[in-house]
Ligand binder design. Structure first.
Ligand code: 13P
Length: 264
């Protein structure tokens, strides 16, 4: 049995109204309670801020340890408290049971002008609050087509991660998000190998193992192939995490692809 943890993370974005979100969390919880995935597979659900409390209660009722079934928020503010109208701090989401926070998602980089420097401040804030950051990086289509993906990824890693970063990295090519298009196995293998090579320079040590995930149009159909790529430590799932059965199918596929089969 592998000891390296693998991750299936659901990012609901701004997409589930209150009752829908809670029902979704209950449906996922019920199934995972009845048939828990193997302990090396960590499932994390990231609802909107307003549902953190309710989702946390639903997940807790499974009795599963938070490593196996955890909850994350989708953002946090760099300061821990202060006169910042409308913002929510890392300690506040921690109070509601969040153990993780997604930071630097391309939708926030694009819609809120988040820079690598801001993301790095948020990483520091999350870490100080005892929350594991899930930092997203990824190139735009034009950058990929112009052969600039490697330098974009390098800049994002250098700029948005802290030295000695202890968190999760998600490679989400912007062109794959919500498009129904996923990179080929070959491209994914190359990009993740590149990211793994860049990480020790930023971390200042190669002793720290940062899980590297893939995100962008992941469904239960592609999940087995993606999860079987050696360099992939998990998937960050958007729209397919908004329906209990499709998310559970991805969890099952990830469990199957990452659990060594006994030799005949
Ligand atoms: P989709 O799975 O909907 O493409 O979204 C991916 C994503 O942005 C997850 O953070």
């Amino acid at each position: 049995m592998t000891t390296v943890p693998k991750f299936v993370i659901g990012n609901w974005k701004m997409q589930a109204r209150h009752e829908h979100g809670l029902q979704l969390a209950r449906d996922i919880s019920r199934r995972l309670k009845d048939a828990p995935p193997p302990p090396h597979l960590h499932t994390i659900i990231c609802p909107p801020f307003t549902q953190l409390d309710g989702v946390h209660q639903a997940l807790k009722e499974t009795g599963l340890p938070h490593e196996q079934l955890g909850m994350g928020a989708q953002d946090c503010y760099p300061a821990s408290s202060g006169p910042f109208t409308g913002d929510i701090s890392a300690p506040m989401i921690r109070d509601l049971g969040a153990r993780y926070v997604i930071l630097g998602h391309s939708e926030r980089r694009q819609n809120h002008g988040e820079t690598d420097a801001i993301i790095r401040q948020k990483v520091k804030a999350a870490t100080a609050a005892g929350i594991t950051p899930i930092v997203c990086i990824g190139e735009h289509l034009a950058e990929r087509n112009e052969g600039r993906a490697a330098s974009v990824l390098s800049t994002q890693i250098e700029g948005s991660l802290t030295r000695g970063f202890r968190g999760i990295l998600a490679y989400e090519p912007v062109w794959a998000i919500g498009s129904g298009i996923t990179p080929s196995r070959d491209e994914l293998q190359r990009k993740l190998t590149l990211i793994r090579a860049l990480l020790p320079m930023r971390l200042m040590t190669d002793d720290i193992r940062v899980p590297v995930l893939y995100g962008g149009s992941v469904t239960s159909v592609q999940a087995p192939s993606i999860m079987s790529i050696e360099a992939v430590d998990g998937v960050l799932v958007g729209s397919a995490s908004l329906e209990a059965q499709s998310f559970l199918d991805i969890i099952d596929a990830a469990a199957e692809a990452t659990t060594p089969q006994p030799s005949p």
